[in-house]
Design a binder for this molecule. Structure first.
Ligand SMILES: [Zn+2]
Ligand SMILES: [Zn+2]
Length: 183
């Protein structure tokens, strides 16, 4: 997933990588935390171009992941797609200390990424982008009925026959607060 600077000609460089998700440490950590499981290699497609002393990269990332429905907890497979644009700048690493600090701050603000040497590594920005593309909440289907809060049955598959809760504990809590205020 490295791009050699000397391969980026004046007209730019088109690239395409297929990388196993196991090669992205941040994605592996996600998998271990059991938040999701990536299913296909990550496909990264894009273009790199020189802009002054910087290198601008624009591209598209595609993969797919198995997530958990937030209502019924069943497995949901989803394609993930994300566009990204990052700018790399050659970090000479020779600035005096205080000036170096300033450069680092600016880099964070503008999402500039320093690189050293002959190559730039896309691993960091790509894994960041994949994680950002993950939906915070996912439903197996729009009208997922979820799980019965009383018996735990998957209501998409069966009607469990539990009587619906007649009493909302949220309202009870509110009532209590009001009473306490009067006192
Ligand atoms: Zn569901
Ligand atoms: Zn039930």
């Amino acid at each position: 997933m490295n791009i050699r600077i000397k391969d980026i000609k004046a007209e730019g460089l088109s690239f395409e990588f297929h990388e196993d998700w196991e090669n992205f440490p941040a994605l592996v950590r996600f998998g271990e935390a059991d938040q999701c499981e990536f299913l296909t290699p990550v496909r990264i497609q894009g273009r790199a171009i020189h802009v002054g002393r910087m290198i601008e990269i624009e591209g598209r990332i595609e993969t797919s992941a198995a997530l958990t429905c937030s209502r019924c907890l069943n497995r949901v497979e989803r394609p993930l797609e994300s566009r990204f644009a990052v700018t790399f700048f050659q970090d000479a690493g020779e600035e005096p200390e205080d000036e170096e600090e300033e450069v680092e701050l600016a880099a964070e603000d503008l999402s500039l990424i320093p690189f050293h040497g002959e190559e730039i590594d896309l691993r960091e920005p790509v894994q960041e982008q994949v994680i950002m593309a993950l939906p915070i909440q996912v439903l197996c289907r729009e009208d997922c009925k979820g799980i019965c809060p009383q018996c735990g049955a998957d209501l998409n598959e069966e009607e469990c026959g539990c009587s619906p809760a007649v009493f909302n504990p949220k309202f009870a809590a509110l009532k209590k607060i009001k009473v306490e205020k009067k006192d």
